[in-house]
Design a protein around this ligand. Structure first.
Ligand SMILES: Cc1cc2nc3c(=O)[nH]c(=O)nc-3n(C[C@H](O)[C@H](O)[C@H](O)COP(=O)(O)OP(=O)(O)OC[C@H]3O[C@@H](n4cnc5c(N)ncnc54)[C@H](O)[C@@H]3O)c2cc1C
Length: 432
């Protein structure tokens, strides 16, 4: 019998649902579209500063990528440093890299300040090399990162890799001790409650359908029409990630929605769990079409990957379970007979230049493009946008970079070209 879609994090979040405000207010200072890490991380400091803020979420808080991810709180950016230097220059990239370290500190600080019970742990991450040439590149990357960003990465040669991972298919690894792990569903629920305690109004099952600018007594405001009525806002912030809809077309045409899928096994005996991941790292491999995996707090192997280049559907989720199980057994033959108990999927918000972006679009504040780094990045960008909304001087190096539109076939809602893009990355994995 095929396994049914079920999200391990949601199943074990063990947190009471966030109590949403019943009636929509008539008017607010700031309306935030989207109740994931980004929107909630903005709402919390805004409300703490006395700003009247409403978070409008089409489904439930955290329903999007924020409760579907691997819970890896990662340093670094998706693109190689050399590519980034060429594109944006050394000074800008130094600032960008520093934000990725700062963003993990911010998650840790929020978890501590708000007393969020979400298994946050500074367990570090391990990148494993799928080819000798990838491992050779690790040493250059580590040297560059140390020289340019004053951040230390540790190279693990193949003959020492057994101290990090119970698999012998890799050519070596690279460890960053600054990264962390979290239960994302507990974290996002904790963020929502913290925002609410600070005074933000949270409205779930409230889909934003249209936003129009209008003049009220000579002042520009926004009329935000939702599935539960309209609300007037002085400013609007878009935090809708990969799930951005036609209600905000200017942002939607910049987002490339890419599906990613995760399985989780039954609980493993403690000895086996230790053998598979002796230091309990957040692990991912060096391919374009990569696998990412980790132990859960209750010792299951959580194994993700297979970017289907489609937003997730019930069908793609089910098909992914068997494909991912085979991938997991390739990495860990020890799990050949282990039962898979969970499978789920979600959609990542990629952009054409594979960078996060923030600032203003169509007069709305926005942040998006976190791809596989959004646990930390969306938290950081949300908090920074809150500062910007309150008139703080901008110190976000990502607001200054150009934000290219996605070609039509890769945009949200136009997914015919996504499988072709997927094929391209598979070809790259063979030849690079
Ligand atoms: C399978 C998977 C694994 C991942 N693994 C990792 C990982 O290990 N580490 C990591 O750092 N990142 C990971 N990510 C990425 C990370 O989860 C995201 O980058 C992050 O959650 C984005 O947060 P967000 O708040 O911007 O968007 P989301 O959490 O997607 O929230 C957007 C919300 O906006 C709402 N919305 C959209 N349109 C409207 C509208 N018109 N009206 C009202 N509401 C609307 C949606 O319902 C949604 O809830 C993963 C993502 C996926 C899918």
């Amino acid at each position: 019998m095929p396994i049914q879609e079920k999200n391990f994090w949601l199943d074990t979040a063990n947190t009471p649902p966030v109590q949403s405000a019943v009636d929509l207010p008539h008017a607010v200072d700031v309306a935030i579209v989207g109740g994931g890490f980004c929107g909630l991380s903005a709402a919390r400091p805004l409300a703490k500063r006395g700003v009247n803020v409403a978070v409008l979420e089409a489904e439930t808080f955290g329903w999007g990528a924020s409760c579907r991810n691997g819970g890896m709180v990662l340093t670094g950016m998706k693109l190689p440093t050399a590519t980034l230097f060429k594109r944006y220059g050394r000074e800008a990239v130094r600032k960008m890299y520093a934000t990725t370290i700062e963003s993990i500190d911010l998650v840790e600080q929020i978890v501590r300040e708000e007393n969020i019970d979400c298994n946050f742990s500074r367990c570090g991450h391990l990148e494993v090399a799928c080819k000798q040439s990838h491992f050779d590149g690790f040493a250059d990357s580590a040297a560059l990162v140390e020289r340019e960003f004053n951040h230390k990465l540790r190279i693990i040669p193949k003959n020492e890799l057994g101290t990090e991972i119970g698999s012998d298919i890799y050519f070596g690894g690279m460890v960053d001790e600054a990264s962390a792990g979290v239960n994302p569903a507990r974290y996002v629920a904790g963020l929502a409650r913290a925002a609410q305690r600070a005074g933000a109004c949270l409205h779930d099952h409230t889909r934003v359908e249209k936003i129009e600018a209008e003049l009220q007594n000579g002042v520009r405001k926004f009329r935000v029409r939702t599935s539960r009525g309209a609300i007037t806002a002085r400013e609007v912030m878009l935090a809708s990630g990969a799930y951005t809809t036609e209600a905000t077309p200017a942002l939607r045409k910049k987002i490339i929605p890419i599906g990613s899928y995760i399985i989780a096994t039954e609980t493993l005996p403690a000895g086996l769990a230790r053998e598979l991941s002796p230091r309990n790292r957040m692990i991912y491999d060096s391919k374009h079409f990569l696998y990412y995996y980790r132990l859960t707090p209750d010792n299951r192997m959580l194994f993700g990957g297979r970017a289907a280049f489609f937003p997730e559907t019930e069908n793609t989720v089910r098909q992914s379970a068997e494909i991912l199980r085979r991938g997991m057994v390739t990495v860990y033959p020890q799990l050949r007979d282990t039962k898979v108990e969970y499978v789920w999927g979600g959609t990542l918000d990629f952009t054409l230049d594979v960078m996060p972006h923030a600032g203003k679009i169509d007069d709305f504040y926005f942040a998006a493009g976190f791809a596989g780094h959004g646990v930390a990045a969306a938290t950081w960008f949300g908090a920074k946008l809150a500062g910007l909304l309150c008139g703080e001087a901008g110190d976000n190096p990502f607001t200054a970079i150009p934000f290219p539109s996605a070609p039509i076939g890769l945009r949200s809602g136009h997914t015919w070209a996504l499988p072709l893009a997927g094929l391209w990355y598979r070809v790259l994995d063979i030849f690079t």
